[in-house]
Write a protein that binds this ligand. Structure first.
Ligand SMILES: Nc1nc2c(c(=O)[nH]1)N[C@H]1C(S)=C(S)[C@@H](COP(=O)(O)O)O[C@H]1N2
Ligand SMILES: [Mo]
Length: 196
């Protein structure tokens, strides 16, 4: 038996704060498949659809009256850029799920414009995900998902659906847009879950 074990099997990044295969950028690249939808605030809503026709929804005014959190997190794009200590403001998914009664284990995030991505509920709850509407102290720019986007910083950034409309709870883990086009079903950057 070997006495010395490196204890590390994957690729290492130069910066230990970065997941394997990632490099740090100061920019904030825009990555969108298709045109950015324009959503007037008075037509905006966020919904959670569970079983038995249960559908909760919040207008912008209702959403803004919920408890708001300041978030500082690193974000990691599968195309290999990471941005460290980004600051956001938004509503925790824990708050939005307070009155949701479900036995489902997964969600499909639906964006205005048609983009979808799948996320296990376990990755949305427990202080891990937000509906964010402010970036770096300013209202979220439309190109980055304004008026509001999902923010799930512990998964690759394609899971953070821009122009978020709502979450549909599902029994199974149903591949979304990128997941149907070769991206990994889950997308944990620390395990390099990039492609399937
Ligand atoms: N609605 C929507 N959300 C989306 C996308 C998209 O094309 N449409 N692209 C995803 C991808 S692949 C990435 S890397 C991030 C990019 O976010 P950014 O443009 O703010 O950097 O948004 C994700 N969310
Ligand atoms: Mo991406």
């Amino acid at each position: 038996m070997g006495i010395i074990s490196s204890g590390f099997r994957g690729r290492r990044s130069a910066n230990p704060g970065l997941p394997p295969g990632q490099h740090e950028t100061q920019d904030f690249p825009v990555l969108t498949a298709g045109p950015a939808p324009l959503i007037p605030i008075d037509e905006w809503e966020f919904f959670i659809a569970a079983e038995n026709g249960q559908r909760l929804s919040w207008s912008w005014t209702e959403f803004m009256s919920l408890p708001q959190e300041e978030i500082t997190k690193d974000i990691h794009c599968v195309t290999s850029w990471s941005k460290l200590e980004t600051t956001w403001r938004g509503v925790s998914l824990d708050t939005l799920f307070e009155n949701v009664d479900t036995t489902k284990d997964f969600a499909t995030a639906h964006s205005f414009g048609g983009y979808t991505t799948n996320v296990p509920l376990w990755d949305l709850l427990g202080g891990k995900a937000w509906v964010a509407w402010e970036f770096d102290g300013e209202p979220l720019e439309r190109a980055h998902g304004g008026p509001a986007r999902l923010l799930i910083p512990h998964l690759y950034f394609w899971k953070s659906a821009k122009w978020i409309h709502g979450l549909e709870l599902t029994e199974d883990d149903v591949p979304g847009f990128w997941e149907s086009n070769g991206y990994h079903l889950h997308g944990n950057p620390w395990r390099e879950e990039r492609y399937s």
